[in-house]
Design a protein around this ligand. Structure first.
Ligand SMILES: Cc1cc2nc3c(=O)[nH]c(=O)nc-3n(C[C@H](O)[C@H](O)[C@H](O)COP(=O)(O)OP(=O)(O)OC[C@H]3O[C@@H](n4cnc5c(N)ncnc54)[C@H](O)[C@@H]3O)c2cc1C
Length: 172
């Protein structure tokens, strides 16, 4: 497995990794940086834009067309849910909060899902959760019940010198 954990392991400006010109690393797996060398945030916008860039770059490579300019992340603003039917939004100097911001949040999230089927199913799930005031799927609190015996099922190598990104550290 390839792990990118060191400073030198940042993805290159074209989102490929050093020494592997045909491997693109995008989204949460990637440590990509902006023009000032500042790491890009682990957000959906970064993952989506990276995906679109990589798809275009691969398509150009296949057609032997000239390379794309380096990846440039365009920050479209921030949205965060802060409660039931309440959110905060900040885009292009416009600040919204409360129900209006939540409607914007919900529309943007549903619109960006990949297919009509997914949009409909997420919309129905959200409506059901809202009507029944059930616990949101987005909140994970407490310990999940499980019959999985970590010590028996997984041999954890405790002598390993370091933990890499992507490794699950287990203790029970
Ligand atoms: C609780 C939480 C809240 C968040 N809220 C926001 C937010 O409000 N706004 C925002 O912009 N970002 C938010 N994020 C961050 C956002 O979810 C991530 O930045 C984004 O999903 C990254 O996209 P990705 O495609 O890189 O990874 P993912 O969305 O994690 O997609 C990776 C996919 O690969 C699949 N996968 C993994 N391993 C394998 C395998 N071996 N074989 C096949 N498939 C595999 C996974 O099942 C998953 O579907 C949040 C993240 C969390 C955890």
């Amino acid at each position: 497995m390839l792990t990118l954990t060191n400073k030198e392991d940042k993805v290159k400006p074209d989102l490929t990794i050093p020494n592997y010109a045909d491997i693109y690393v995008i989204g949460d797996l990637a440590c990509s940086v902006d023009a000032q060398g500042k790491p890009l945030p682990g957000l959906t916008q970064v993952a989506m834009q990276g995906g679109q860039y990589a798809a275009k770059a691969i398509s150009r490579k296949v057609k032997s067309q000239p390379k794309l300019a380096p990846f440039h992340y365009s920050d479209k603003g921030s949205l965060a849910v802060i409660g039931r039917r309440a959110a905060v939004a900040n885009a292009s100097g416009v600040h919204l909060s409360g129900l209006l911001a939540w409607i914007v949040w919900a529309c943007i999230h549903v619109m960006n899902l990949v297919s009509f089927q997914h949009r409909l199913s997420v919309f129905i799930q959200w409506a059901f959760q809202d009507l029944t005031i059930s616990r949101g799927a987005r909140l994970i609190t407490g310990t999940a019940p499980t019959h999985f015996k970590f010590k028996k099922e997984i041999a954890v190598d405790r002598s390993a010198p370091e933990v890499h990104a992507g490794t699950v550290a287990v203790s029970d």
